[in-house]
Design a protein around this ligand. Sequence first.
Ligand SMILES: [Zn+2]
Length: 50
Amino acid sequence: MGKFKTPTHARCRRCGRRSFHYRSRRCAHCGFPDPKWRKYRWTKSLKERT
Ligand SMILES: [Zn+2]
């Protein structure tokens, strides 16, 4: 296993998950900085965790 030297995801300000992609400047989980959340059926429950 290689070490993850290059971080690809940072902490997202909106969803709090480490899904904010450095290169694309976008959260893989909630779509930040898009004003609207990425919507899927399963995100309904995640909304409560915010
Ligand atoms: Zn997010």
